[in-house]
Design a protein around this ligand. Sequence first.
Ligand SMILES: Cc1cc2nc3c(=O)[nH]c(=O)nc-3n(C[C@H](O)[C@H](O)[C@H](O)COP(=O)(O)OP(=O)(O)OC[C@H]3O[C@@H](n4cnc5c(N)ncnc54)[C@H](O)[C@@H]3O)c2cc1C
Length: 487
Amino acid sequence: MSAAPRNVVVIGHGMVGSRFAEEVVRRDPGGQRVRVTVVGAEPEPAYNRILMPELLSGRLEAEELRLPGGEAPAVTVRTATAATAIDARARRVSLSDGDALDYDELVLATGARATLLPVPGLAQEGGQPAPGVATLRDMADCRRVLSAARPGAPMVVLGGGLLGLETARALTERGARVSVVEPAPHVLPRQIDAAGGEILAAELANLGITCYTGQGAARWLSGYGMELEDGQVVAADAVVVTAGVRAETELARAAGIAVERGVLVDDTLSTADPRIHAIGDCAQHKDGGAGLVQPGWEQAAVLADLLTGTAPNARYSGGRTVARLKVEGVELTSLGDVHADDEAETITLADPPGGRYAKLSVRDDQVVGAILLGFPDAAATIAQLYDSYAPVPQDRLALLLGRSLPETTEQPASGGTGDAVVCYCNGVTRDQLDAAWRDGARTRDDLAATTRATTGCGGCVRDVNALVAAWSERDSGPNDLVEAARA
Ligand SMILES: Cc1cc2nc3c(=O)[nH]c(=O)nc-3n(C[C@H](O)[C@H](O)[C@H](O)COP(=O)(O)OP(=O)(O)OC[C@H]3O[C@@H](n4cnc5c(N)ncnc54)[C@H](O)[C@@H]3O)c2cc1C
């Protein structure tokens, strides 16, 4: 007689908790090995948090953000239900509705929460955002921001990181007049250097976004705007604070599980209690990864391998990440150490009138860092080189200009090596897309349904569209051409 399925409880039905359930179903569709119960504090079923700026801009509707959550007979999802305590000895989780769940294995996927900066006026006494103040982490935040984003409304975004700029751009698309306040000397201090930051700020100004850099916010004056450290007031009806997140670790800490910045996990994604695991933004692995979806999704797959027993030797070992700014009208990719000028051979290209800037740092013939603003083709190639630790061709300038691609590497649209990653969030290679195409996937949506490419941050949509166009042309026979000519 086979053993009863193990009872896995997942706390958090966000991007990683829902992906874990989906990965379990892929490995164990009938639920013979594992039964999963996911509890999620948010009222909505899982959605793609990364695409919330698209909701703000009006380009997507809320339903279009829905994520698959592992719908299957062996998966139960309880939305609007928070876990309130973990009893690790009894292996039981208490819930906000008074119920309790026993577990064989517990998965923490509680994510992170947005932090409000300690700027006077931003928070009310209980720590809640003051009127006119919002963060952007969940749908409730999104609705709050949307209610302030009227055409012509002056708004401030506090924090000029990736999220801040994406939010600012989305709000301008709604017609708001947006200012970004960033205390560092330039926006995107982690992704770009001073010279590139200046060109980027000019590009943002062309899109109607004013950047105030080099000084922080001093006070939020409700009804007036944001007072800066030098005393000037940036007029605003509302402020969106995009100044970082903190891992949601309170439950774990209260249960005696070791926590630093996040819940400490090893390569099997287990805490010191082997029955309790953590994945996604709430987890802290020695090789990093929190804050981005790709490592969280990879962790979800590894943990599903382990808990279903389908790959008992699976391990999470971290990996390289590539940052892309998803702002309509601006193409920016940043990777590795972008301030490596002193320790690496560095080549830069600046074209302020064209709004373009490129910087490539190479050590021992390998990419150690790159900033590519307005160089989408070079960005795709250099990201590939970085990801695969491949040698950089001798003619660095030609590489930046997209004229000399390494022998084994071409632009994704025209070919490219099969193992080149196209969708970083889901780790989908060109070979996998090609195989799906040959199996009959003929549109971007078909390819997304088969491979998951484009379903993460959306940064690869352009590349996948280009592949669809190139392959359609390649495969269109004489009859298709006649049909196309008639159409
Ligand atoms: C606007 C925005 C843009 C982003 N852009 C990018 C991007 O371009 N690229 C990228 O890689 N990443 C991006 N991110 C980050 C990405 O969204 C996160 O890395 C990802 O969501 C992490 O998934 P998670 O499941 O760990 O956490 P979350 O998605 O935050 O999910 C955690 C869930 O757990 C729930 N929860 C917490 N505590 C409890 C409890 N006690 N009981 C029950 N449920 C609980 C929360 O309510 C939440 O629903 C962006 C984030 C935002 C907000």
